[in-house]
Design a protein around this ligand. Structure first.
Ligand code: PEP
Ligand code: MG
Length: 588
């Protein structure tokens, strides 16, 4: 038996799986480099043109195929067409077409070589972006270039690979088209890739389809052969190749527990999160892509508590049009069928700037981001607001503004919204009824003057990821200070108390949608504080609900009171964890 090898990557989609490897041969094809005779140049241009047309047609066929699948399965609202459309657009981009033709003509080189050179140049433009999400888009340039080169070389594309059941798909990288095609047959047990990060397409498709995935695992695809036994832990980012019997037993046990908790999660989907003394917390879902909705609904999400709309900028250099915004919002509102959908306006800025190289800011987290960015880029903001107003006819919409630091920004943003409403009204464009307009409370200043903001906002949703970052002065991206990131720091707890009190006094709803909301360790604390709504990912709903249903609010309040007598974050956390273990360990 072969020796065991272990690889550490990034856990990009939770879950555990054991299966036989299926190594996708998607290494970059070797690019022949040929100097042309002058007489060959024109024909080479034609070869390139044909290959681009063929590539475009293939993407269209693929879209059709995926659409037919979706139509045949009404529960499936997977829509990967935006990604494929973006690839098609890249094929029409003059920066790509004109440049390749220029190289063929002026340097007399073959089309394959020219395509690779232009792709490299385009990718360089993404290199300097600090944001991982936007850097990931370099991979898309490669996927498109690969397709064109393969077509030039006459290699087959988009073949239906016949996967054996429970295959662990191992690849250097998986294109969105391949990922979508592979999972649709339901035979993929897990994905493992050399490349990619949390926001790579494999990760997104895998999460949406609840297939465990480990990405960014180095050169793993070179070390695994098709047929090897592979154990994948998508929570820890761990991959074992040819595991020993004892390792395998451990993995199978984790897998069994994961499946059992997943099954019981689905069983509790219909139950409400009501404490023993009758305090109800509405559990909503956080989402980035419409693909996530079926899974959120299956896990019992009562609504959408946070739709991060900046993800609409996926894969593209240009900002989406009003129509594209509208289509996305309408789709989400309709899919949620009357349940509340909280759309957050764009949280762009800092280094997440679409279409152009961002101005370097010394301190982007404190710079021109979120609502500040939108108020500086009014037309872009209005495009989104108009789309929301139009979409509001199709469901139960709530809108919130991110990173509000004081009433002036809220007033300014609200007045933009009203401006757009009257503009549409004058133009005779139908819009829905008025909807609640709230704010994300995620700056210390907003927390301090929550009483004033509560007079002007229709609801609060606390973004703890940022509130903790700014309150404790720790960059949430910086690993070196990650140990200071403590949701149970007394300053955070007092802040939360203040915000909830202000909301209650003003009679407006208060929710939380940061990561803290979905971590069951904190559920009793949040129940004690009096939250009416928590928003989280699909996989977190059942555990949080289980805790709410098994305790009383009075008991939770007693626990919080004792916790807040301690001074250090470590003491509070130790106390809360111990109390939680006493109550809930061992019971699923
Ligand atoms: C937050 O800050 O807690 C939040 C939910 O927003 P984001 O993580 O998108 O900044
Ligand atoms: Mg935030």
């Amino acid at each position: 038996m072969s020796a065991t090898q272990s690889f550490q990557g990034i856990g990009a989609s939770p879950g555990v799986a054991v299966g036989r490897a299926f190594v996708l041969d998607n290494r970059r094809v070797r690019t022949p480099k040929v100097k042309l005779q002058e007489t060959e140049v024109e024909a080479e241009g034609l070869r390139f043109k044909t290959s681009v047309e063929l590539s475009s047609r293939q993407l269209e066929d693929l879209k059709e195929k995926l659409k037919r699948d979706a139509d045949a399965d009404p529960g499936n609202t997977q829509d990967h067409s935006l990604i494929l459309d973006a690839h098609k657009l890249m094929l029409q981009d003059p920066m790509f077409i004109v440049e390749v033709n220029r190289l063929i003509r002026e340097e007399a080189i073959n089309a394959e070589w020219a395509v690779r050179r232009v792709a490299r140049r385009i990718k360089h433009q993404f290199d300097n972006l600090e944001d991982e999400y936007f850097r990931e888009r370099r991979a898309d340039v490669d996927f498109v270039a690969d397709r064109v080169v393969r077509n030039l070389l006459g290699h087959a594309m988009d073949e239906e690979v016949e996967l054996p059941q429970d295959s662990v798909v191992v690849a250097h990288d998986v294109s969105p088209a391949d990922a979508a095609m592979l999972v649709r047959a339901g035979k993929v047990a897990a994905f493992v890739t050399d490349m990619g990060g949390q926001t790579s397409h494999t990760a997104i498709v895998a999460r949406a389809r609840e297939v465990p995935a480990v990405v960014g695992a180095g050169k793993i695809s070179e070390s695994i052969r098709t047929g090897d036994l592979v154990a994948v832990d998508g929570n820890q980012g761990l991959v074992l190749v040819n595991p020993s019997d004892s390792q395998l037993a451990l993995f199978r046990e984790t897998m069994r527990r994961h499946l059992a908790s997943e099954q019981s999660a689905l069983k509790t989907a219909e139950l409400r999160a009501v404490s023993l003394d009758g305090h109800q917390i509405h559990l909503n879902g956080n989402m980035e892509f419409p693909e996530e909705i079926p899974s959120l609904l299956a896990h019992g999400a009562e609504g959408i508590g946070l739709y991060r709309t900046e993800f609409l900028f996926l894969n593209r250099a240009e900002a989406p049009t009003e129509e594209e915004h509208y289509k996305a919002y309408r789709e989400v509102l309709e899919a949620m069928g009357g349940r509340p959908v909280t759309i957050r306006t764009l949280d762009l800025g800092g280094d997440k700037v679409p279409g152009k190289k961002p101005d370097k800011e010394a301190n982007p987290a404190m710079g021109l981001r979120a609502i500040r960015y939108c108020l500086h880029h009014r037309e872009m903001f209005r495009v989104q607001l108009r789309a929301m107003l139009r979409a509001s006819q199709h469901g139960n919409l709530r809108v919130m503004f991110p990173l509000i630091s004081g009433p002036s920004e809220l007033r300014e943003a609200r007045s933009e919204l009203e401006h757009c409403r009257s503009e549409l009204g004058r133009a005779g464009v139908p819009v829905g009824r008025r909807f609640p307009v709230g704010i994300m409370v995620e700056t210390p200043s907003a927390a301090m003057i929550a009483d004033r903001l509560a007079q002007e906002a229709d609801f609060f949703s606390i973004g703890t990821n940022d509130l903790i970052q700014y309150s404790l002065a720790i960059d949430r991206q910086n690993r070196d200070v990650a140990y200071l990131y403590r949701p149970l720091h007394l300053a955070v707890l007092r802040s939360l108390q203040n915000i909830v009190r202000a909301a209650k006094n003003a009679g407006i709803p208060v929710a939380m949608c940061g990561e803290m909301a979905g971590d069951p360790t904190y559920t009793l604390v949040l129940l004690a504080l009096g939250f009416e709504e928590l928003s989280m990912t699909a996989g977190q709903i059942a555990a949080v609900k289980g805790i709410v249903r098994r305790t009383s609010r009075t008991e939770a309040q007693a626990l919080l009171e004792r916790a807040m007598e301690f001074s250090t974050a470590e003491e509070i956390e130790r106390f809360v964890r111990t109390e939680m273990e006493k109550r809930f360990s061992g019971s699923e």
